[in-house]
Design a protein around this ligand. Sequence first.
Ligand code: SF4
Ligand code: SF4
Length: 302
Amino acid sequence: MDLQHLTWLANRLMPTRIRRPISSSFMRLLNWRRHGDPYFFRAVSVEISRWCNRACVYCPNHLFETPREFMTQEVFDLALQRMAEIGWRGFVDYVFYNEPLADPRLVSLVQQTKRALPRALPRIISNGDLLTRELAARLIEAGVTHFILTRHLPERPGWRDRVQSLVREWPRYFTVLESPGQVRWTNRGGLVTPEGFVPFTSCDAPENSLVITLNGDVVLCCNDYHREHAVGNIREQSLLEIWQTPWFARLRKEVRQGVAKLPICKSCFGLPTPQRPPPKSAVFRRAPDSEPASAAGTPSQA
Ligand code: SF4
Ligand code: SF4
């Protein structure tokens, strides 16, 4: 049984709170065998665009605009090249805070991934709003090994029936999560306050996924929404060089052991920290009939 099927089985049989520690231990064992480092990253997330069609209340996307900006082919090629340099065989995701299915190039990007990294596992993490049967079939043919679809509210008309019929047709390819309910949302480094948020006592987010953003920066983790903590850039460094950057390696060890020093990490751990203004480039979403918004405004926690 390969990693794709093991993941599917675990997602299907185990509730999240049991599955996470088990899958984390399993991946550490696998990484120890493959890379000699149990804490090596388990997935690479490539931010192919910045746009999402939703603005969920537990996501910073409900506070800030998600512009229709796309990763250039040059940066995407470089991301594949960097993964090929380390013989990457793990998951490749096409997401940061964007909706991957909204990128018309997605099928082609998956094909390119499989050509460059034949043993990698392209995975689609999505809200599923735009997933038709035809698109699912093309993505599977291109090499997608797994879809993780989250049902967000309000549910789009026909979402459930459409997704259920996809699951019936390709049962091993789909994991469907309900939100709220089956997803434990984080506070995204202090940007949002999701219902039932439980502060971290330790953190493995940086090893869970190495995030390559639109401009080639590798950022701290999936909660670094504003890309405040760039560790390095794939134009200048290999993934290994970036991963082994001393401050980053130290930080990973500290947060794993429950020690948060950066303000963003303190926020995840529920520790008091001064409020951090968003970067100047961030554009607040406009409430209907409001004045034009800017980064200098105050976000409303809808
Ligand atoms: S939670 Fe997902 S679907 Fe919702 S706004 Fe954020 S990225 Fe988009
Ligand atoms: S504690 Fe730090 S490393 Fe962990 S998710 Fe939060 S910001 Fe990222």
